[in-house]
Design a protein around this ligand. Structure first.
Ligand code: PLP
Length: 458
């Protein structure tokens, strides 16, 4: 490869995603990646790195799996594409739907296929609006999300996203979207407030927001079981029980965003299984195909389905769908991906290797002056950087310590993701991760963090 030529051409022609809101680690000439195997990716200069983030939280089965290519080629050779709008279907999406619905709670009975996590959440928002319209409650449109959460990048889902950088310069959020508190106990709880008290307070704040807006205007609440890009925030005890009680009381749907947590990431098939969440709607993408094909699956409950079925006959069709909905090649990729996850017991490996990785991180950083919290479940986690752990003082975010640490860790051969707003370092490696690869991650994280903290304290 002519790396210099590729870099110049890249810089000359490509508007990179998130390049305007980039942190230090995203700056500079692009690294151009050309191959991957298992947990490792290699760039044009032959530098091989352990990808501790799994692409963007999506590479569940590991890189370079030829089974996926085989499935892709067979489906492409056989037909390649036909749409799935009303009256048309294909065997691959039918088989995939069967398989996915079987993994869902009993009350979740229908799936809609799209191409990205953003369009899954966008679709579910529109279903909330359509559903409430059909129920004679068209004004019940507002969607409540949590501050700091990431739910996508389209106009509607960037609005759901509770990060100022995704709103600034775009005139967002749209008026239908409101935000409520971030359930991060470690950083947001009051002095001497227990986890349960914190959860109760947050549920009360949610109810106050609902009452202030008018419950007749609020259609849904959206949350990830574990908030991923917002900082890998695991919910405090009692949080989802308290929240769900409020939602039920005010006839508000629960959209569970499983785009990061789904398909084994947390050591369970889905994150909602961890916290006794009974979602009305579920968004999934990423791990559905492990990133080998852009595909999403958005699920709805039987109760919602019945309203759609009965109402659409009189009030008009569900006029929503994408050219690539139910793509036969994408569906074949998803089926092959699920076969690997099942055949290689990757959900169990996520739980076991994840527990090992968390234990090693706890051993290494449990008493570290600049690590306040080690969060996560399974192969999803984050380290909270702190200027002073004892006084619980965070770094000034303008110093971009997370990004500096990620660069230093990268120089030791491991990719982790800096989350600037949460001042955390996140990881979500392939679910194929071995114990020795987990050791390699911990070793690089330790060296990188200690190097940056050494420079700061010098
Ligand atoms: N929801 C969550 C929780 C995500 O983390 C993401 C992407 O990172 C999305 C939705 C949006 O997915 P996509 O980038 O595929 O549109």
């Amino acid at each position: 490869y002519d790396t210099e030529r590729l870099r110049k051409s890249d810089a000359a022609h490509i508007l990179h995603p998130a390049s305007v809101v980039a942190d230090v680690s995203n700056n500079g000439p692009a690294r151009i990646f050309v191959e991957g195997k298992g947990a490792f990716i290699t760039d044009t200069e032959g530098k091989k790195m352990l990808d501790g983030v799994g692409g963007l939280w999506c590479m569940n089965i590991g890189y370079g799996r030829t089974e996926i290519g085989d499935a892709m080629k067979a489906a492409s050779d056989q037909m390649g594409y036909f749409h799935t709008f009303a009256g048309a279907s294909n065997p691959a999406q039918i088989e995939l739907a069967e398989k996915l619905i079987a993994k869902m709670p009993d009350h979740i009975t229908k799936v809609f296929f799209g191409s990205s996590g953003s369009d899954a959440n966008d679709t579910l928002m529109k279903i909330v609006w359509y559903y409430n319209g059909l129920r004679g409650k068209p004004e019940k449109r507002k969607i409540i999300a949590r501050r700091q959460a990431y739910h996508g990048t389209t106009i509607a889902t960037a609005s759901l996203t509770g990060l100022a950088s995704f709103h600034r310069n775009f005139g967002l959020p749209i008026p239908e979207v409101k935000h409520t508190s971030l359930p991060h106990y470690y950083r947001e709880a009051g002095f001497n407030e227990s986890e349960e008290e914190f959860s109760t307070r947050l549920a009360r704040e949610l109810e106050e927001l609902i009452l202030a807006e008018g419950p007749e205007t609020v259609g849904a609440f959206i949350a990830e079981p574990i908030m991923g890009a917002g900082g890998v925030i695991t919910p405090p005890k009692g949080y989802f029980a308290a929240v769900q009680a409020i939602l039920k009381k005010h006839d508000i749907l629960f959209i569970c965003d499983e785009v990061v947590c789904g398909y084994g990431r947390t050591g369970h098939w889905f994150g909602h299984q961890l916290y006794d969440i009974r979602p009305d709607m579920i968004a999934t993408a990423k791990g559905l195909t492990s990133g080998y094909f852009p595909m999403s699956a958005a699920f709805i409950s039987d109760d919602i389905w019945k309203v759609l079925r009965d109402g659409s006959a009189t009030l008009g069709a569900f006029a929503h769908g994408f050219t690539y909905s139910g793509h036969p090649v994408g569906s074949a990729v998803a089926l092959a991906n699920l076969a690997i996850i099942e055949g290689e017991n990757l959900v169990a490996n996520s739980a076991q290797t994840g527990a090992y990785l968390h234990a090693q991180l706890n051993d290494t950083f449990g008493n570290h002056a600049h690590i306040g919290e080690i969060r996560g479940v399974g192969l999803l986690g984050a380290l909270q950087l702190m200027a002073d752990r004892d006084t619980k003082t965070g770094f000034d975010l303008k110093h971009k310590i997370a990004a500096r640490c990620a660069v230093a860790i990268g120089n030791h051969g491991v990719i982790v993701r800096p989350l600037p707003t949460a001042d955390s370092l996140a990881f979500s490696p392939p679910l194929t991760l071995t114990l020795s690869e987990a050791d390699q991650m911990v070793d690089a994280i330790k060296k990188g963090i200690n190097q940056v903290m050494g420079e700061l304290n010098a």
